[in-house]
Design a binder for this molecule. Structure first.
Ligand code: ATP
Ligand code: MG
Length: 232
């Protein structure tokens, strides 16, 4: 399993968001997390991506603990472990979060070069390869405001894939898309999963869930139910 979430609980100001939830994702598996607005889907994704600290439980990514509960205390990974873990996980935000003052190429190479994971030349080479894979050839000098919603999303996907993570997370990937762009995103997600990436998708789009999910996690009143579906 590339992702193991065990007995995870999270509250804000004493108010439980979810409690004691456990699930896993295997390499290449497409997992959808659904639930009504405010049930805690984004919070769960943020915990997995080290953007929120859980109250209890553990998260294991590729055999490395991001958080581990020991004697009732949640322990965070060390700085060096975090560096390795960050490489293994990518997140595509709902509003894509591209840097508006940077062109596509600069958006893609910023983190890998800044984190010294790649030389600038190597990062540019990887970026061009991903832009081609995501049908964005020739867009490397465009700024985010010059791109359509679907193109911005694909740039955000390319950016999240620069370090070839084992897990790629999406928050509401279809909410801003029309029908044909929606088809494009499911094609891309399937392709990434066929390359072995575990995909975690938060969505309230039930049609999309039915189309793409291999495992469905429903979050309701702080608890989850898990359903495994056939591979589409
Ligand atoms: N930083 C925060 N501080 C306090 N409360 C928060 C914070 N972030 C989220 N919450 C609360 O946690 C609960 C879950 O929020 P979350 O954004 O995870 O829901 P969601 O399932 O993603 O909803 P939606 O479908 O509307 O995106 C909500 O009640 C929200 O108000
Ligand atoms: Mg949300």
């Amino acid at each position: 399993m590339v992702l193991k979430v065990n007995n995870l609980s999270k509250s804000f100001n004493g108010q439980n968001v979810f409690e004691d939830i456990s699930f896993s994702a295997a390499a290449g598996e497409i997992v959808c997390i659904r639930g009504k607005s405010g049930e805690g889907k984004t919070t769960l994704l943020r915990c997995i991506n080290n953007l929120e600290f859980p109250d209890r439980g553990s998260i294991e990514i590729n055999s490395l603990y991001l958080y581990k509960e020991e004697n009732g205390q949640v322990k965070h990974a060390s700085k060096s472990e975090l560096q390795s873990i960050h490489q293994e996980i990518g997140l595509v935000f709902q509003n894509f979060n591209l840097f508006p003052h940077m062109n596509v190429m600069e958006n893609l190479i910023e983190a890998p070069v800044f984190l010294k994971k790649m030389s600038s030349d190597k990062a540019k080479e990887r970026a061009l390869e991903l832009l081609e894979q995501l049908e964005l050839e020739g867009k490397e000098h465009s700024y985010p405001y010059q791109l359509s919603g679907g193109q911005k999303q694909r740039v955000a996907i390319a950016r999240a894939c620069m370090l070839n993570p084992s897990i790629l997370c999406f928050d509401e990937p279809t909410s801003a898309l029309d029908e044909s762009t929606r088809g494009q995103i499911s094609k891309i997600i399937r392709k990434l999963s066929s390359q072995g990436m575990a995909i975690i998708i938060v969505t309230h789009d039930n049609a999309f869930v039915n189309e793409i999910a291999e495992k469905i996690i429903t979050l309701s009143e702080g608890k989850i139910t898990i359903e495994t579906t056939r591979r589409p």
